[in-house]
Design a protein around this ligand. Structure first.
Ligand SMILES: Cc1ncc(COP(=O)(O)O)c(C=O)c1O
Length: 356
């Protein structure tokens, strides 16, 4: 049997090993200089004044919402098709996640339905650039009034751009993830990016028990331990330094897939003028479940795209969302990494063609 093809393969090597070894040798594994170095590399990659590293993408969303003082009685709009952490973070603040349907072709929230879902209680919209494809930002902006805050769930969108603006710099706040299926990985990790010093300060305090560093010890609002340790920040720095080449490699692999598959299944695309972040390569097809099982049996690891949130017990009372249903039933994430060879893409594509 041919060699197995994994769903994802982080592009880390000697540079990351050396960076981590340096931190181990320094003896300072957390709350040291690598955190600031990682944050500053991230802020310059995204183009925001501030980046605050936290322990996961989920923690990033949780703290972004808490920094905005989202709480009981508030509503936050969330796509019905997303990783459940997007909705969970809202509910963990005591607010209500109001689900809105997505376009089953783009997998992205439909701005006109966002406009319909806004109520007097709506505090924010969590705009998810799902799988790295930028949300139609201007349409979203015109869908809501100015007192509704747009927060990006850019968990998978580091490197992506809406027109000239990087994802991560579009919303008042943005949330990133460094899970191993993301373009830059720290194993687990996340960050909040923003231009607003006060919001960045609030996130910094909340990630560290509610303590403001450099000031007399006090806690005015209790916080968490959502810190990202130095050893993990160090792992991310060399990857941020070569972000452009990591993205170029993923674009090349995505291009190979699209050449082979565009006439057979729904393939990912991006609006004109935007740049896809290629967190994942997700196709749409009717025989998704057969393909998933068949490819796995051949040693090709695939996965569903993501979740229809309203199918989960905690969210079953939130309405019906046919676009999210279709995406949930049809989306298939193919093996995807910048280090994939054209032969591997051939093998996956030929196997998938049998189910198209
Ligand atoms: C859209 C989206 N939001 C949030 C998250 C949560 O990120 P993390 O796994 O780092 O907590 C993910 C993770 O895959 C995601 O895809």
């Amino acid at each position: 049997m041919s060699k197995a093809i994994r769903l994802a393969r982080p592009d880390v090597g000697e540079a990351e090993l050396a960076a981590v070894a340096d931190v181990l040798a320094s003896g300072q594994l957390t709350m040291g200089p690598q955190v600031a170095a990682f944050e500053s590399a991230l802020a310059s990659a995204v183009g925001t004044a501030h980046a605050v590293a936290v322990s996961s993408g989920t923690a990033a969303i949780h703290l972004a919402l808490l920094a905005l003082r989202v709480g009981p009685g508030d509503e936050v709009i969330v796509p019905a098709y997303t990783f459940p952490a997007t909705a969970n973070a809202v509910e963990l603040c005591g607010a209500r996640a109001v689900l809105v349907d997505v376009d089953p072709e783009t997998f992205l929230v439909r701005p006109e339905l966002v406009a319909e879902a806004v109520t007097a209680r709506t505090r924010a919209v969590l705009a998810v650039h799902l799988f790295g494809r930028p949300v139609a930002w201007e349409e979203l902006q015109t869908a809501v009034s100015q007192d509704v805050v747009l927060v990006e769930d850019a968990a998978g969108a580091l490197g992506a751009r809406y027109r000239e603006t990087p994802c991560g710099a579009l919303g008042l706040l943005a949330c990133l993830s460094f899970h191993p299926r993301k373009i830059v990985t720290t194993g687990e990790g996340g960050a909040v990016t923003t231009d607003e010093a006060e919001l960045a300060g609030a996130v910094r305090r909340l990630r560290h028990h509610g303590i403001a560093s450099g000031q007399p010890m006090d806690i005015s609002t209790p916080g968490f331990n959502y810190r990202l340790p130095d050893v993990l920040c160090a792992l991310g720095i060399p990857q941020l330094e070569r972000l452009e080449s990591l993205l170029a490699a993923r674009e090349r692999v995505a291009g190979w897939y699209t050449e082979r598959l565009a006439h057979l299944v729904g393939t990912p695309s991006v609006d004109e003028g935007d740049r896809h972040g290629w967190q994942a390569y997700v196709v749409g097809l009717d025989r998704r479940d057969d393909a998933l099982a068949g490819l796995r049996a051949e040693g090709i690891e695939t996965q569903i795209g993501t979740y229809a949130v309203h199918h989960l017990s905690a969210y079953r009372d939130r309405g019906s969302f046919p676009g999210a249903d279709a995406a949930f039933e049809r989306a298939l994430a193919l093996p995807f990494a910048g280090t994939m060879t054209e032969d591997e893409v051939d093998r996956v594509s030929a196997a998938l063609a049998r189910y198209a």
